[in-house]
Design a protein around this ligand. Structure first.
Ligand SMILES: [Zn+2]
Length: 430
């Protein structure tokens, strides 16, 4: 049946509509894919526009409120560095890769978020983003395909230096290229993070970020070449997508510092706080969740938050859920462009400027995401190219939730339950 069908999905983390719009002519590979394929220009992300929730939406077609990955990290206020949602067991919706496996299609994934512990045939799971590949090989072994990860590390481990970029993407691309050539997976999921890292550190449209975009273009060409060597190019549909864009920032908002001053939580010197909290902020950078326990002063809380500099909007739990975010929150607070939230509970002031000398410290950024997907100039994008795709065609807009049903159609698969979006039919040749 469909065993000679191939789909390669490459996520270039933080790729925006603007990147292709402004730099297409300088990017030989992406330019060729756009011209020979269909470019869906403006894609509206999901709320919060974070990497783990977005990547889970991309392969389930559901909003975070349904698939369960409502943030990058778990609620662990007593820990300075909470666990990320690494494991597939936290995903409550069917995934594209499980559907593919059920039809006996071969699957491979390289740093695709929230796939640890999954049944993907060849998987290098993203785990311990702060320490991955350093001294955590054993943890990674448990979370990925053990023999596969050992083989890849033996062959290409020399390319990486911990999680340093661009070396990590070089390593991950080499692993994907090797796997495409030798295993010919039907579905390949590849996540490259170089540009997102550069944007956080140096700003959204900095030279460093645009240099990373050029490196990513080269990585895409290596993957396309691999399918030619594997003899699968003619049967492969390619998708190059972003998960969200970024916005430049220069001020932080520490709502937990304000809550600590009111006595609603007890802060500790390491900026965490004690378990007996009544009100806590749990950041998504451009927005933040507010959770409460046994707390009766909701109006006062709203008034206090709305008086803070840089606050754009406050959503109730019902409104947050309607936008696809965590229905269990008490409030969801959106920052104005230029501001972002931290969870820090013991700062000198609630609003603080981000200074150049802070760069390199934890949670100090020049660019962030997480904002409302409808913020101005903030759309992501997706490019389709291959035997099932119209060439020299553009589609003006779509939603991130429309991608999974489109991918299912490209592999001849069907999700078992209704999805939030629908296939982008205009990309397909008739
Ligand atoms: Zn991302």
């Amino acid at each position: 049946m469909s065993n000679n069908q191939h789909l390669v999905i490459i996520s270039l983390d933080s790729l925006g509509f603007r990147d292709i719009d402004e730099h297409q002519s300088e990017l030989p590979t992406l330019n060729k894919l756009v011209k020979g394929g269909t470019w869906v220009k403006k894609v509206t992300g999901i709320y919060p526009t974070l990497t783990y929730p977005s990547h889970t939406t991309i392969i389930t077609g559901q909003y975070p409120s349904v698939h369960g990955i409502v943030n990058n990290t778990k609620i662990q206020p007593e820990r300075r560095s909470p666990d990320w949602f690494w494991y597939q067991k936290d995903v409550k919706s069917p995934t594209l890769y499980d559907l593919a496996r059920q039809k006996n299609l071969k699957t491979a994934a390289f740093l695709w978020p929230v796939t640890a512990g999954s049944k993907i045939n060849y998987n290098l799971a993203e785990i311990f983003p702060n320490r991955i590949w350093t001294n955590q090989v054993l943890v990674s072994l448990k979370a990925s395909s053990p023999l596969f990860i050992l083989e890849m590390d033996k062959k290409y481990g020399k390319l990486r230096q911990g999680i340093k970029q661009p070396e990590l993407d070089d390593f991950i691309t080499a692993c994907a290229v090797d796997t495409i050539k030798n295993k010919r997976p039907n579905l390949t999921l590849l996540h490259l993070v170089d540009m997102d890292s550069m944007r956080h550190r140096y700003g959204v449209r900095s030279d460093d970020a645009i240099d990373a975009l050029h490196r990513l273009d080269h990585h895409v060409s290596q993957v396309v070449e691999a399918t030619k060597e594997a003899g699968t190019f003619e049967d492969t549909n390619f998708v190059i997508l972003g998960d969200h864009y970024q916005i430049n920032v220069d001020k932080m908002i520490h709502l937990n510092t304000m809550f600590a001053k009111r006595g609603w939580l007890v802060s500790k010197p390491d900026q965490t706080f004690k378990k007996n909290w009544q009100v806590m902020a749990k950041t998504c950078d451009g927005c933040t969740y507010i959770y409460t326990k046994n707390f009766g002063q909701l109006e006062r809380l709203r008034d206090l938050i709305s008086g803070v500099e840089g606050i754009e909007k406050i959503y109730s739990a019902q409104e947050a859920a309607k936008r696809g975010a965590d229905p269990k929150c008490t409030l969801m607070v959106e920052a104005k462009a230029g501001y972002y939230f931290t969870d820090e509970s013991d700062r000198a002031s609630v609003v603080e400027k981000v200074l150049p000398e802070m760069m390199g410290d934890a949670d100090r950024y020049q660019g962030v995401h997480g904002y409302d997907p409808n913020k101005s100039g903030y759309k992501t994008t997706v490019i389709f190219n291959g035997p099932m795709i119209k060439s020299n065609h553009t589609v003006e807009k779509a939603n991130l939730v429309d991608e999974a049903p489109t991918f299912a159609k490209l592999l001849g698969l069907k999700f078992p339950e209704p999805l939030a979006g629908q296939a982008i039919d205009d990309v397909f040749l008739n």
